[in-house]
Write a protein that binds this ligand. Structure first.
Ligand code: B12
Ligand code: SF4
Length: 561
């Protein structure tokens, strides 16, 4: 039996968006990267650093986790008690914050051992070693267990670590979204991909079987019930969930057996998704799937499978919205190549779009290539400023673009996405509505149930269509919102007085949202502080609480075919 240690795990400190920092680097996915050009229509959702919750949940020592503390809050925490280890999660773009945090830790807790972890550790030792006692460049639970003398490959527990449901027009929905990581890493090995190469193209399962995953989801539900949280759905972190075919099919079997699907947002490649029919994917409960579009001519393995247009259409017709990400700035691309790809993507009508500039993290084949071919531009070659390792700046010399030209084109494409397809809220409502129409007469009980869920989603956001009709950025988008509202009313009945009142409320709230954006008010995350394995925790991990999962220490080298 080892002596318990006292551990503090923290994300990097807020505030975000300081001088020289990329404006996408913060605590949000939608507003920072995906719906960033959508103004008052942008989705808002603070996402926590789940890696830290996973580590804390799986240690036996008491552990405090801080998500997005200010420097003052961090100092207050480290002064409040003795911590043996202080772990910091960071990415390359937030490395500069680590320097400052380490300064504070060394001043206020000089005895504490500093552990650096997360994907920022792809940076070289000469930068990191002076700041750390230990660096974790692997799966963090096993690593931390080893560090503390615990059994590294003991059973793995999924923490209950929910985040708020996405909000729009400053209206905070009461429900939460739970999170599960079913695995880390990805065997696809795209040349630019940090996570795939971080784990050397191995897949590290956190849920070995479909039954494990299903159990983990039920466990989240039970925890939500205990805590009094209303759960709106689940975010499933797994770079390419559908590539693990056997596990996904087993999961489907569990859903079919119990006749109950959970709403899931997840990630899947064309290659992985093509192993399933759209009905199967819908039966599993997926509501939103992040599918990389990149550039079809880039020819990545992950893009091989069903024709992208057919796949998108099939999914959308079952009420599954697609978040699609495009990369621009491949060396072979000139302006018209990029515009052609973009037109193609727009024709697929994704509910959400992300457009990033091709760039390379240390440790990837593309990074090695860029160094050997001397492709970095001067400011990024010697002593680079890592704050802009964010997908919104171009680091390389390009035959057809200067950095500012490509960055301007990226901004223009985000604007075009918004103008042409309209607010994501309308796009996603359209998908739900079509899903409802297509599935309502299905003889498959799970799909019929899904139609009911789509109808519920549609009606519960119908009030938000009025701001779309009034303020969407183009005539086309306003007409789209108007037409959708008419169709919904036609098929599902007129708006109730309550819905009309809410519609007016949404208009007022959209004015308030405009003001808060304009004045930059309430845009930072707040501190989320949690205690794990301690008396003070609102729920104590222990016997009877852990789902029965197999040890997750083993790594799987290849995906199921
Ligand atoms: C969710 C997510 C976010 C969320 C939450 C961020 C956060 N605070 O963690 C949001 C949307 C806010 C976000 C933003 C950004 N993100 Co992000 N994000 C992810 C994503 C999709 C999942 C991370 C996750 O939760 N995984 C599940 C947990 C359980 O696993 P994990 O994080 O890997 O943690 C495990 C190990 O890595 C390790 N570990 C992690 N932290 C620590 C700390 C210690 C002390 C130890 C010992 C171990 C350890 O142990 C954990 C358990 O095994 C990853 C891609 C991916 N699939 O991993 C990208 C990723 C981490 N993001 C990335 C980037 C670039 C960004 C942004 C810069 C994007 C931008 N343009 O602004 C910003 C930075 C914001 C910020 N404040 O850091 C890159 C990082 C690459 C790099 N080397 O820098 C990734 C890898 C995506 C990619 N493939 O490029 N992101
Ligand atoms: S499919 Fe996605 S996660 Fe996998 S290697 Fe390619 S970019 Fe990375």
């Amino acid at each position: 039996m080892t002596q318990p240690h006292s551990i503090l795990l923290t994300t990097v400190c807020r505030p975000f968006g300081g001088r020289g920092e990329g404006d996408s680097v913060g605590a949000e996915l939608f507003h920072a990267q995906v719906t960033r050009a959508q103004g008052i229509f942008s989705f808002r959702q603070i996402i926590r650093g789940w890696g830290l919750d996973y580590i804390a949940e799986n240690l036996s020592s008491p552990c405090v986790v801080l998500h997005y503390p200010s420097e003052r809050e961090l100092v207050k925490e480290i002064q409040s008690r003795h911590f043996d280890f202080i772990g910091i999660n960071f990415v390359v773009a937030t490395f500069h914050k680590v320097r400052r945090m380490v300064e504070l830790i060394r001043k206020h807790a000089p005895h504490a051992k500093i552990v650096l972890g997360g994907y920022g550790t792809v940076l070289p030792d000469d930068l990191l070693l002076p700041l750390a006692d230990t660096i974790c460049r692997e799966e963090g639970i096993g690593f931390f267990r080893k560090l503390l003398g615990e059994v590294p490959d003991g059973p793995l527990r999924h923490p209950y670590a929910p985040i708020p449901s996405p909000s729009i027009f400053s209206y905070k929905r009461p429900s939460k979204v739970a999170h599960i990581t079913s695995g880390l890493g990805c065997p696809n090995g795209c040349d630019f991909c940090c996570t795939s190469h971080f784990f050397k193209r191995r897949y590290i399962p956190f849920a070995e079987t479909g039954q494990d995953l299903y159990e983990a989801i039920l466990h989240q539900e039970r925890e939500a019930r205990k805590t009094g949280d209303e759960l709106g759905g689940f975010i499933l972190i797994d770079e390419d969930f559908f590539l693990q075919k056997r596990r996904a099919l087993e999961y489907l079997e569990c859903v079919r057996r119990d006749g109950r699907a959970f709403s899931i947002m997840g990630f899947g490649s064309i290659r992985g998704l093509s192993q399933f029919t759209a009905d199967e994917i819908a039966e599993m409960g997926f509501e939103t799937i992040w599918i990389a579009f990149e550039s079809p001519s880039a020819n990545y393995e992950k893009m091989k499978g069903r024709e992208v247009g057919t796949l998108f259409k099939e999914l959308q017709s079952r009420g599954i919205s697609v978040l699609s990400s495009m990369i621009i700035g491949f060396p072979y691309q000139n302006r018209s190549d990029i515009l052609r790809d973009f037109d193609h993507l727009m024709s697929l009508d994704p509910a959400f779009t992300q457009i990033l500039i091709y760039f390379a993290f240390p440790g990837t084949p593309f990074y090695a290539q860029a160094i050997s071919e001397d492709r970095y531009q001067d400011p990024y070659r010697e002593n680079p400023d890592y704050r802009r390792w964010d997908g919104f700046s171009m680091h390389f010399k390009h035959p057809h673009f200067t950095a500012s030209e490509l960055e301007a084109l990226q901004r223009e494409l985000y604007r075009q996405d918004f103008l042409r397809l309209g607010p994501s809220l309308i796009r996603i409502s359209q998908v739900w509505f079509n899903g409802y129409l297509n599935l309502r007469s299905s003889r498959n009980p799970l799909l019929k149930q899904r139609a009911e869920r789509m109808l519920f989603f549609c009606r519960s956001t119908v009030s938000a269509l009025l701001p779309g009709i009034l303020f969407a950025p183009s005539k086309h988008a306003r007409t789209r919102a108007h037409k959708l509202l008419k169709q919904i009313k036609h098929e599902t009945g007129p708006l109730t007085i309550g819905e009309w009142m809410k519609s007016l409320g949404a208009v007022l709230l959209s004015g308030w949202t405009w003001l808060t954006l304009k004045l930059n008010l309430f845009q930072q995350p707040r501190l989320l502080r949690l205690e794990y394995n301690s008396e003070n925790r609102h729920r104590i991990s222990g016997e009877g609480y852990a789902p029965k999962l197999k040890p997750a220490a083993a790594t799987t080298a290849v995906a199921d075919k």
